[in-house]
Write a protein that binds this ligand. Structure first.
Ligand SMILES: Nc1ncnc2c1ncn2[C@@H]1O[C@H](COP(=O)(O)OP(=O)(O)OP(=O)(O)O)[C@@H](O)[C@H]1O
Ligand SMILES: [Mg+2]
Length: 221
């Protein structure tokens, strides 16, 4: 059986890729065959999609980039807008098939969402529909900054309203020390009703293997 987790965040740029890669390392350290997936990437830089490259580098098995990243959109825009600019419609069934194909070679897949949980993907579907069609437990990355309590609680509410399991959350210090960081983390521990897998400090050059050691994957529910 393949395990998969869907990684969402309180916003874009809050550390979903960093945490996804660290989780891949953490599971790999336990001997699992792991692979990352970024169903929809928007924003090409230097002819590549950074998240996809980072996830592939943190994976222990390889797969064609078309499966790892079925939708590679060039403009750095919200997915449905970027897709429209390229006359593409994001189709969740395509992503579902790619995920199923990856399951054949990996024991565990870390699926990184795009932006925040409810980001639209096409006229009808959003990130929640994607997590739901893949039927994955969700891990929430909270970018620690002013406003994150509201963003985290709203996201948790949306995850649970989608009837998905919020399997854990990660506190990620994306900025230099946030005032009252400890109190903010405590406030979320008291309210999110799922395990805090770890706290990642603000650290520009920390090795992913060391970040992985900060995440307690045994706490995943
Ligand atoms: N704890 C941290 N300390 C220092 N820098 C960090 C930390 N977490 C993330 N970053 C940096 O912040 C930037 C955004 O992180 P990341 O790309 O993981 O976010 P994301 O949520 O995946 O963004 P996107 O929505 O674009 O996929 C990256 O440059 C990353 O290296
Ligand atoms: Mg990312």
């Amino acid at each position: 059986m393949t395990d998969s987790y869907f990684i969402t965040g309180t916003d874009t740029g809050v550390g979903k890729t960093l945490v996804s890669c660290a989780l891949l390392h953490a599971f790999a350290a336990r001997g699992r065959k792991v692979i990352g997936m970024k169903p929809v990437a928007a924003g090409r830089e230097n002819n590549k999609w950074m998240d996809v490259d980072l996830l592939m580098a943190a994976s222990t098995v390889s797969a064609p980039s078309k499966l790892v990243n079925p939708y590679a959109l060039i403009p750095p825009l919200a997915p449905h807008i970027a897709a429209a600019r390229e006359n593409i419609e994001i189709d969740l069934a395509v992503i579902q098939r790619s995920h199923a194909a990856l399951q054949k070679n990996a024991e565990l897949i870390i699926v990184e969402g795009t932006g925040g949980f409810l980001v639209p993907l096409n006229d009808k579907n959003d990130g929640a529909d994607l997590a739901r069609i893949l039927n994955l437990p969700v891990i929430l990355v909270v970018g620690l900054r002013l406003g994150c309590l509201n963003h985290a609680l709203l996201t948790a509410q949306a995850i649970r309203a989608s009837k998905l399991n919020l399997a854990g959350w990660v506190a990620n210090a994306i900025d230099l020390p946030m005032p009252a960081q400890k109190e903010n983390i405590k406030a979320l521990e008291e309210r999110l009703n799922c395990p805090l897998l770890g706290m990642i400090p603000f650290a520009k050059d920390m090795d992913l293997k060391n970040i992985a050691k900060l995440l307690d994957i045994q706490k995943l529910t």
